[in-house]
Design a protein around this ligand. Structure first.
Ligand code: FAD
Ligand code: SF4
Length: 331
């Protein structure tokens, strides 16, 4: 591992200034992804700016009923928070489906959103990878790609986003709060991660030096029935082959609120806009769910070895939609 500096700022402003003053710096949160990548030589920051002691570790209810989750709230604390379990079960379930208890105790909300892909070519300095080294090629496209993307990929990169939490946040219409030396801004989680296009080296819309300060969970989704389901190779400690987050409210047999997002299928959590549009205002029937999910997944472009993901995602989504929909009232 190469040498690096270490700073522990006392405020958000100091952190952003420290980043600006140290080209090649990285923020350090739980370190569960960044430190691993440093050991592999994929990341070699000049300076680590430790944000672990910034006052960003609270979950607070806002006057409008939204919840604000600080960027350094640990994944295990967020999953266990009574307001999250009660109002946003999909988020709690997604967090608990990720990693292991020990990792969740260290991993943070901001770090989870910015974790890098688990593509093995990205993690191996001897292999070509446009994300790690732009212009070097994509080893996975003609190589081992069973775990890779079936939606929204490009000739330059077929990686998937590994976060479970981000899939739930996408279905919940959550927003990310950012702070940089040029000021603060808030963007929807659904727009935060990018598709690879010609620039897979950029995972998200975050600007250099910007700090995630928190995530906002909207009041409008609070208490709406929701659930997360994940398919993986092992029962724990494994990333999603495919996953689904669903938020669904049915009134008098008609869908009046829906959020649907897939994980494990694309370079970003895949917001199922086409399925959502088809379902909103439709009768909440198994046939309507089937049609809407099929409409979304007809966009899939599977690769040689990952076509299995399409029926897998389809079946996961149908199971959760049908489970969340109230049983029809007998005449
Ligand atoms: C064996 C293993 C299994 C795992 N399984 C899963 C899984 O099944 N599902 C899943 O979702 N995840 C899984 N993970 C990933 C884990 O969830 C992430 O490593 C973790 O969430 C990252 O959070 P962190 O706080 O440790 O981030 P760090 O490693 O500290 O940082 C990650 C990145 O985010 C940046 N960063 C961190 N916080 C901020 C901030 N506030 N503002 C700006 N930049 C910031 C850092 O600079 C770095 O680039 C697994 C990890 C391991 C090691
Ligand atoms: S899929 Fe993306 S991350 Fe993986 S080798 Fe190709 S360019 Fe790199």
């Amino acid at each position: 591992m190469k040498g690096f500096g270490y700073l522990r700022p006392g405020s958000v402003e100091e952190a952003a200034e420290a980043f600006a003053a140290h080209p090649g710096a990285r923020y350090l949160a739980g370190g569960t992804n960044l430190v691993d990548l440093m050991k592999l030589g994929v990341e070699s920051p000049t300076c680590l700016i430790d944000i672990g002691r910034l006052p960003l570790d609270a979950v607070e209810e806002l006057p409008d009923g939204a919840l604000r989750v600080g960027a350094t709230v640990r994944n295990s604390d967020l999953a266990a928070h009574p307001l999250v379990r009660d109002r946003y079960p999909v988020l709690s379930q997604a967090l608990l489906a990720g990693a292991s208890g020990q990792l969740r105790n260290a991993a943070t909300t901001g770090g989870n959103l910015l974790q890098r892909t688990r593509c093995p070519y990205f993690q191996d300095l001897d292999k070509p990878c446009n994300k790690r080294e732009p212009g070097s090629g994509c080893g996975a496209r003609d190589g081992v790609h069973r775990d890779h993307a079936v939606l929204g990929h490009s000739p330059h990169c077929i990686a998937t986003n590994p976060s479970d939490m981000a899939v739930a946040l996408t279905a919940l219409d959550a927003r990310v709060e950012l702070y940089g030396t040029e000021g603060s801004r808030v963007i929807p989680v659904a727009d935060f991660h990018r598709l690879p296009g010609a620039h897979p080296e950029r995972d998200t819309e975050i600007r250099p030096g910007e700090l995630i300060t928190g995530v906002l969970l909207p009041a409008a989704r609070a208490g709406v029935p929701s659930a997360y389901r994940k398919a993986r190779d092992r029962a724990s400690y494994a990333f999603a082959l495919a996953s689904v987050a669903v938020v669904l409210r049915v009134a008098e047999g008609v869908v009046d609120q829906v959020g649907l997002a897939f994980g494990g299928l694309a370079h970003r959590p895949w917001r199922a806009h086409h399925a959502e549009t088809a379902l909103l205002g439709a009768a909440a029937t198994p046939a309507a769910f089937e049609g809407a999910v099929a409409l979304e997944l007809e966009r899939a472009e599977p690769l040689r070895d990952n076509a299995y993901k399409v029926p897998l995602a389809h079946n996961l989504a149908l199971e959760v939609l049908n489970r969340l929909a109230p049983a029809p009232v007998a005449p």
